[in-house]
Design a binder for this molecule. Structure first.
Ligand code: HEC
Ligand code: HEC
Length: 341
């Protein structure tokens, strides 16, 4: 090899290595930034100081051991105040890649959904969205993220808090469920009875039209009527829907209203879309880890998984006009399958 060629090769190798080292440094600093953002999100999530009673955090209602739901019929927030809806599982929200948030789909960005509970009057009770960044930046142990303390521009801190909470939730560990392992080709992850249950779920039961059997999704990302608690508001429907239209609220303000008015909470997706056909429709919940998230339905009115399945079998048949008749054996098969989700 002639010397000049050797030198060119060496130079090329060196620039290559340099570029690699540079890229590597960039990737690891991006990872470090991510880790710092996730750490902020995790800290905020569990911090009761960011609530009006100093005792309520996101983790009060989204409990890690319960797939980030709370096991209660209806959520209770500051000073034990009840809301109007059942707390959804946040690992399920992330795993199913939901495209709208809350039972009525009133938010379409996770970064917005994570901020609403802070100022909801029956959840964490801070006074307005601005109060969140004000409270967090004033706490000395947040100085790592907001070094100039109160000097950090509040709008900037607000965005950083929203992004951090969303990042924290997006990176929650989601070990594959048995059903997920099965869908990835591990045929023995489900036993024979569970496979029978799966066939009923997709076939005779027609459950999979809405709880789509696709990886972890188990939802069609759409809204449907459920018949749960329908009779409560039937007589007052004109008055209630008119009220929603004339107030014309959205986002956090709508969330505040829904959490404090049980009758309006029953209007479901209508409150967000204002379409008559959406009255009393609710987001199809993903059934991932449904065995952990009792009680069930938007208002938590169904106490057990068995009761939820019986209700769905009955109501879905009623809805289509073709009753779904399951034998006791088939019902049992369906149940074991749901517990593997
Ligand atoms: C008082 C209990 C309570 C607290 C505290 C609470 N949540 Fe929730 N969360 C709920 C309930 C109830 C809903 C459903 C509300 C609805 O659909 O109207 C919900 C819904 C959500 C959703 C939408 C999930 C989905 O799949 O639609 C997200 C995201 C969320 N909460 C994040 C948070 C974060 C972040 C915090 C802390 C800042 C928090 N929550 C604090 C009870 C609570
Ligand atoms: C037309 C769409 C649709 C079909 C078909 C359907 N579901 Fe559902 N399912 C929903 C909706 C929407 C909800 C939430 C209703 C509510 O909260 O009011 C729900 C709720 C549930 C829940 C409670 C989940 C939770 O987290 O609260 C279970 C369990 C369930 N369905 C199982 C089934 C089974 C089993 C079948 C088949 C027999 C089935 N569903 C068929 C749309 C459907």
């Amino acid at each position: 090899m002639r010397p000049v060629l050797v030198i060119t090769c060496l130079a090329l190798a060196l620039t290559g290595a340099g570029a690699f080292a540079f890229m590597h440094a960039r990737a690891s600093s991006a990872r470090a930034a991510d880790a710092s953002q996730v750490a902020l999100g995790q800290k905020l999530f569990a911090d009761p100081r960011l609530s009006a009673d100093g005792r309520t955090s996101c983790a009060t209602c989204h409990i890690p051991g319960l797939a980030f739901s709370d096991g209660k019929m209806i959520a209770t927030g500051i000073h034990g105040l009840p809301g109007t809806r059942n707390t959804p599982s946040l690992t399920t929200t992330i795993a199913s890649q939901r495209t709208s948030f809350f039972w009525d789909g009133r938010r379409d960005r996770l970064e917005d959904a994570v901020m609403d509970p802070f100022s909801n009057p029956v959840e964490m009770g801070l006074h307005g969205r601005a109060a969140i960044a004000t409270a967090a930046t004033a706490l000395p142990d947040y100085a790592t993220w907001f070094p100039s303390g109160k000097e950090t521009p509040l709008a900037e801190a607000d965005q950083a808090i929203a992004a951090a909470l969303a990042s924290y939730l997006r990176q929650l560990p989601l070990p594959p469920t048995r059903f997920e392992r099965f869908t990835r080709g591990e045929t023995t992850a489900l036993d024979e009875r569970e496979k029978l249950g799966m066939r009923l779920f997709a076939g005779k039961g027609q459950c999979a039209t809405c709880h789509v059997l696709e990886g972890a999704h188990l939802t069609d990302h759409d809204f449907h009527r459920s018949g749960v608690s329908m009779d409560d508001i039937a007589a007052r429907l004109p008055e209630l829907t008119q009220g929603v239209l004339s107030r014309n609220l959205g986002g956090a303000a709508l969330g505040d209203r829904i959490a404090t008015h049980a009758d309006e909470a029953q209007l479901g997706h209508f409150a967000a879309s204002h379409k008559v056909s959406d009255i009393e429709t609710f987001a199809t919940p993903s059934l991932r880890e449904v065995r952990l998230t009792a009680p069930y339905m938007h208002d938590g009115s169904v106490p057990s998984l068995e009761a939820a399945v019986d209700r769905e079998v009955y109501y879905r048949g009623l809805d289509t006009g073709y009753p779904i008749g399951l034998t006791a054996q088939e019902r049992g098969d369906l149940m074991v399958f749901l517990k593997a989700l």
